[in-house]
Structures are given as C-alpha cells and as structure tokens.
Design a protein around this ligand. Structure first.
Ligand code: RAM
Length: 345
C-alpha cells in the first residue's frame, strides 16, 4: 500500500516536471499562442467581494475567448506582496498581467521587467504609473467620481458642517486620485461651509474600517457625513452607524456594492451611493488583455477594439499622461432601485 502511494507520488512528480518544462519551452518560443494564452489578474487583496466580482468578470471574458485566466490576490493590500506575485507570474511566462495596483510607483521595477520579457502589462481599477503600464482600464471618470461624492456630501450634510472620508489604504492610487478631485471640488466657494476634518484609512480590511469609523465618531461628535470611496469601507461604516442607531444624524455615502449596502440604504444609514458594475470592469480587462496580445492595440490613444458583449471601445488620453479605457459613468443607487440590484452584484 505504502509503496503504491510512493509510486503514484514519483509518477506525479515526473509528470509535474515534464509539464513545467513544456510550459517553460513554449514560453521561450514566445509560445503563448502555441500552448494557449494565459492571462493573469492580480487584485489588491483577498477577502474583498468587489475584487471577487472583478475577477469573476475577467475570468468569464478570458474563458469565452478560449484562453486561461490566472487569478491572484495577496492576503494584505501591499505593494511588496504584489511584487512577489508578479515575480512568480514572470517566471511562469504568462501572456499578460492585469494589475490592480496597491501603489502607483512602487511596482514599476517589477512591471518593467515583465514588459521587457514580452508580457503585456496593464492596470485596472487602481492604476500604476504610465511608465509601468501599456494602458489602464478605468471604471469611471475619476474627476466625475470626486465631484459627485462631494455634491452628495453637501446635499446630505445640508450644505454645511463637518465631513470625513473613510478610504482604503493610504497608497491606493484609485482612492487617492478620487480624494484629490474631492479636495479640488471642496475648494470651490459653494462648499465654504463644508469642513473636511479627516481622511481615515481602513485599508480595505473590514475590522480596521470598523474601528476607523468608530474613531471618527469619537473624535468628531458633530460629524454630519462620511464619504467612503471604497466598498469595504462603506459597508463597515454602514454597520457601525446602524448598530449605534445614527441614521438621520450621521449620513453615509460613497462607493458601495448593492449586495452589501441594500440593508443600509433601506434603513436610511446610507441614503444613496454610487458604483459601476465590477463584473463589467473585469470583463473589459479580459478584452484589453487579448487585444494587446494579438497586437490589435498597443495601448495608444485612438486605438479601438471590440470587448465582447460590451461592444466597442476606444483608448483615450488619461489625465496622468498615460492612456486609459473608460468603462462608463458611475451609477446612483438609492431606495428606489437598490432592490433591483442587490442580487446582481
Ligand atoms: C474597494 C477597492 C476597489 C475600489 C472599490 C470602489 O473594493 O478599494 O479598488 O474600486 O472599493
């Protein structure tokens, strides 16, 4: 019995070695096209339902084109953890890497190495700097997100008073960009009586987001509104406000998943919020991957490609000097429509 197990083990070891040798050989011949393309997606961290939906959309888009999707996410949302994963993907000679960046600049050396080996590198959701990417899949116009969230806070706070932001990590480039646009908007005379007292960081971790919300309530007893431009943060804040019965006293808005926020929209803790379809963001990424690998696009502004059920897209100039593919406008969720969406994503 024991020697039988041993034989099986040895055999599977030999097969694994032959298997990896084959992958290595095909990679050396630029063989993604020969052995089937393998497209990788690296999200910010595990345990984020938004990230799971993005990865689901990516996988569906890659599979329906007949290729293999490799999905990765580190335990913690750090650049260091993503660098290790990208090193592994370079060693595996994947066809493309889609990175949801935990840092704008820190991934540049490893992503440059990937690009130099012929791997098509692009970012999605949370961008990396233009030198690190061929293009970026942007879920919605970043400036519009910033302006929209400030307008919502102004409305919910009744035009004046203290407001705070509950963000993801302090390095998350998507949240930081939205916050920059929020600050620009808040500088306008219309918002002179709205006072941004703090930007707190829950790191897209549920527990930390809960304690940061509690900290905001303790430090700022007159707080009128919390803007959470992260699905993890807004859900945590919704729970804290609900548990403390603060509906109607401290309003919550931001970017949330309908499935996680329906309860807090219904009970009034979050009168309304915004998002886009994370499944579609990932799905669009899948078509950027194959348009890059087939040479249909190189990532330059003006190039066009077809993205399956989503239709045609054109690459445009991004405000950061690189290029991007824009999915569409953010969508508003409130009591009137949340029940139609909570089972979708
Ligand atoms: C969180 C992540 C993600 C962001 C959404 C809105 O899930 O930080 O990157 O796009 O929120």
């Amino acid at each position: 019995m024991k020697s039988m197990t041993k034989k099986v083990l040895v055999l599977s070891l030999i097969m694994a070695v032959i298997g990896s040798a084959a992958v290595f050989a095909s990679g050396q011949q630029g063989g993604a096209a020969q052995g089937g393309e393998r497209h990788a997606f690296v999200f910010k961290s595990t345990g984020n339902p938004y990230g799971e939906r993005q990865m689901g959309g990516f996988e569906a888009g890659i599979k329906e084109q007949g290729f293999t999707a490799i999905l990765r996410a580190p335990d913690l949302p750090t650049a260091e953890a993503q660098i290790q994963m990208i090193e592994q993907l370079i060693a595996q000679r994947v066809t493309s890497i889609c990175i949801v960046g935990n840092d704008f600049d820190a991934l540049q050396p490893v992503l440059t190495r990937a690009k130099n080996q012929g791997i098509k590198v692009y970012s999605l959701d949370s961008s990396v700097n233009p030198a690190s990417r061929l293009t970026h899949v942007n879920q919605a116009d970043s400036e519009k997100i910033g302006i929209t969230l400030v307008e919502a806070a102004y409305d919910l706070a009744g035009g004046s008073g203290e407001i705070a932001i509950l963000s993801a990590t302090s390095q998350a480039s998507n949240q930081n960009l939205w916050i920059d646009y929020m600050r620009k908007e808040l500088a306008k005379p219309k918002y002179a009586n709205l006072n941004l007292v703090k930007v707190a960081y829950g790191d897209d971790l549920r527990d930390k987001s809960v304690s940061e919300t509690e900290g905001l309530l303790l430090s700022y007893p007159n707080l009128k509104c919390i803007i959470a431009p992260t699905t993890v943060g807004i859900a945590a804040a919704g729970k804290v406000l609900t548990d403390r019965g603060l509906q109607g006293k401290v309003a919550l808005t931001g970017l949330g998943l309908p499935s996680e926020m329906a309860e807090y929209i219904d009970n009034g803790a979050c009168p309304y919020m915004y998002l886009w379809n994370p499944i579609d963001v990932g799905y669009l990424g899948a078509y950027v991957a194959t348009a890059l690998s087939s040479g249909k696009i190189a990532g330059n502004a003006g190039e066009t490609f077809a993205a399956g059920r989503l239709g045609n897209y054109t690459i445009s100039q991004a405000p950061d000097g690189g290029t991007e593919v824009l999915l569409g406008p953010p969508f508003k969720f409130d009591k009137a429509n949340i029940n139609d969406w909570k089972s979708v994503y």
